[in-house]
Design a protein around this ligand. Structure first.
Ligand code: AMP
Ligand code: ZN
Length: 114
């Protein structure tokens, strides 16, 4: 998708600190971390968000979730705990319209979220 920030990261046009990758998904450190562990997991193929995703996107979105858990385990926060977040729309603070899963951990996370 032209002019999509995360498509440009997938294409290597914008640098990112990649922590995990396979043929379908990319995991990289958030540029403005909100916790000691803050990684974004994205599908390499552009999907706008979970609300507009189709049935055919389900395996890929499931794969994004599994990669998020793998990243958390590899970052050493599985026992202490972590949070997976998908923002959608203005009230959530969504800023980048390419589906991305936040993996947050390494500190006590407030609930309900702010
Ligand atoms: P959201 O608010 O859910 O759309 O999250 C977008 C996230 O992307 C924010 O946490 C940003 O800090 C992060 N972000 C924006 N630009 C970059 C970048 N170039 N590399 C890594 N993370 C980024
Ligand atoms: Zn994109």
């Amino acid at each position: 998708m032209p002019d999509c920030l995360f498509c440009k990261i997938v294409a290597g046009e914008i640098p990112a600190t990649v922590v995990a990758e396979d043929d379908q998904v990319l995991a990289f450190k958030d540029i403005n971390p909100q916790a000691p562990v803050h990684v974004l997991v994205i599908p390499k193929r552009h999907i706008a968000n979970t609300a507009t995703a189709t049935e055919s996107d389900e395996p890929l979105i499931g794969h994004v979730l599994r990669m998020g858990c793998r990243v958390a385990v590899e970052a050493g926060v599985d026992e202490s705990g972590f949070r997976l977040v998908l923002n959608r729309g203005p009230d959530s603070g969504e800023a980048v319209p390419h589906l991305h899963l936040h993996v947050l951990g390494g500190r006590r996370l407030a609930w309900p979220p702010g």
